[in-house]
Ligand binder design. Structure first.
Ligand SMILES: NC(=O)C1=CN([C@@H]2O[C@H](COP(=O)(O)OP(=O)(O)OC[C@H]3O[C@@H](n4cnc5c(N)ncnc54)[C@H](OP(=O)(O)O)[C@@H]3O)[C@@H](O)[C@H]2O)C=CC1
Ligand SMILES: O=C(CO)COP(=O)(O)O
Length: 346
């Protein structure tokens, strides 16, 4: 049994805390919101973020970060990307030993274009980090809350800590694979949210299944193109954190990013979409970050560019689809086969 502290009491933090409780660990769920702490303790259900799922009696709820992380064997960081630095700055002031940090958030920071593990490394001292493991894959909190079969990947360059993470989370309904491709697993989880916005926009326009399959497939090509340029292994994208997460996020009604896209497709603007959603759709910020990054390093990402125009320039979704369809004709596999050739000959 390990002592594990989950930082972030949204949908995903709550669902993962439940998995860890089912595995008989000693688990604390930390919320920064003292009203939410009282509500969770009183009702033993996360009414706002994971309604209908009972919290195990063994789950300890806290709004005191210092007490929560004291003596923790591992910290699971699962707040939205925009809150990562703030939470890590607080951790920096209190962590007094090398700690295993597992993160399950999915995003890229605008302007710096950093992945989450890179942001964590900037905010914590080296002496506070035993390792950083990323946990990612097709996993909606709502279904994990029902204990439906789910599979994810735990990635670290250090095989032992990826294995430790696998052992902490594995059970009969939650299967964990390991990987050493941290860059690929983090980028897969972050970038699929952009394409899920696109799938939602397409559904909002009522374009049907052909268009969505096209977005998923060409979206995967676009994700692989950027990620390989940044050092990821292209094979990661045929795995759970690549195509697996892309499929679930583009097709599930649980997806916050698909729902946000659907609202854009029906004509709402960014303020209206964020107000209506009430939960984080990471793809919005990540679209901004990836649009900047792709321009900077000169990688072609036409779908991301189109979604950026809809979200941040209020362009009509139909016009963007029209533009995407009428681009210069091209060969489907050119750049992908080149990437695979280069990588496999390494
Ligand atoms: N939901 C899912 O199924 C999955 C989500 N993820 C990823 O997990 C991450 C979290 O998403 P999710 O749980 O869905 O988000 P939610 O919108 O459900 O919840 C976000 C939580 O983070 C809290 N929070 C916001 N800012 C801070 C802060 N500065 N300090 C501490 N806590 C803060 C919010 O508190 P408050 O209510 O006070 O704002 C809320 O409890 C995202 O990166 C997402 O992509 C990954 C896989 C699955
Ligand atoms: O990452 C997720 C599923 O794997 C959650 O996606 P959404 O944030 O779009 O709900």
């Amino acid at each position: 049994m390990s002592k594990i502290t989950v930082l972030g009491a949204g949908s995903w933090g709550t669902a993962l805390a439940l998995v860890l409780c089912d595995n008989q660990h000693q688990v604390t769920l930390w919320t920064h919101n003292s009203e939410q702490k009282l509500q969770l303790e009183k009702d033993r259900v996360n009414n706002k973020y994971l309604p209908g799922v009972s919290l195990p009696n063994s789950l300890h709820i806290s709004d005191n970060l210092n007490q929560s992380v004291d003596e923790a064997d591992a910290i699971l960081l699962v707040v939205p990307t925009k809150a990562i630095r703030n939470v890590c700055k607080q951790l920096n002031a209190i962590l007094d030993k090398p700690t295993l940090i597992i993160h399950a958030s999915k995003g890229i920071e605008p302007d710096t274009h950093l992945r989450i593990s890179e942001m964590i490394r900037e905010e914590l001292d080296e002496s506070q980090i035993k390792d950083i493991v990323v946990l990612s894959g097709p996993s909606h909190a709502e279904e994990v809350g029902l204990r439906h079969p789910t599979t994810v990947t735990a990635a670290s360059e250090i095989k032992d800590t990826a294995k430790t993470t696998q052992e902490l989370f594995m059970n009969s309904y939650f299967r964990v694979y390991t990987s050493t491709d941290v860059i690929g697993v983090e980028l897969g989880g972050a970038l699929k949210n952009i394409i899920a916005l696109g799938a939602g926009i397409s559904d909002g326009l009522e374009y049907g299944d052909n268009a969505k399959a096209a977005l998923i497939t060409r979206g995967l090509a676009e994700i692989t193109r950027l990620a390989t340029n940044l050092g990821a292994n292209p094979l990661t994208f045929i795995g759970l954190s690549g195509v697996g997460d892309l499929i679930v996020t583009c097709t599930s009604v649980h997806s916050r990013n698909w729902r946000a896209g659907n609202l854009f497709g029906k004509g709402m603007n960014i303020d209206e979409v964020e107000e209506e959603l009430g939960m984080v759709a990471e793809g919005i910020r990540t679209t901004k970050a990836v649009f900047q990054l792709a321009n900077k390093i000169n990688v072609k990402m036409p779908i991301t560019q189109g979604i950026h125009t809809i979200i941040f320039d209020d362009e009509e979704p139909k016009k963007v689809v029209d533009y995407l369809m009428k681009r210069a004709p091209t060969n489907e596999m050119d750049d992908i086969s080149e990437m695979l050739r280069t990588r496999l000959s390494d």
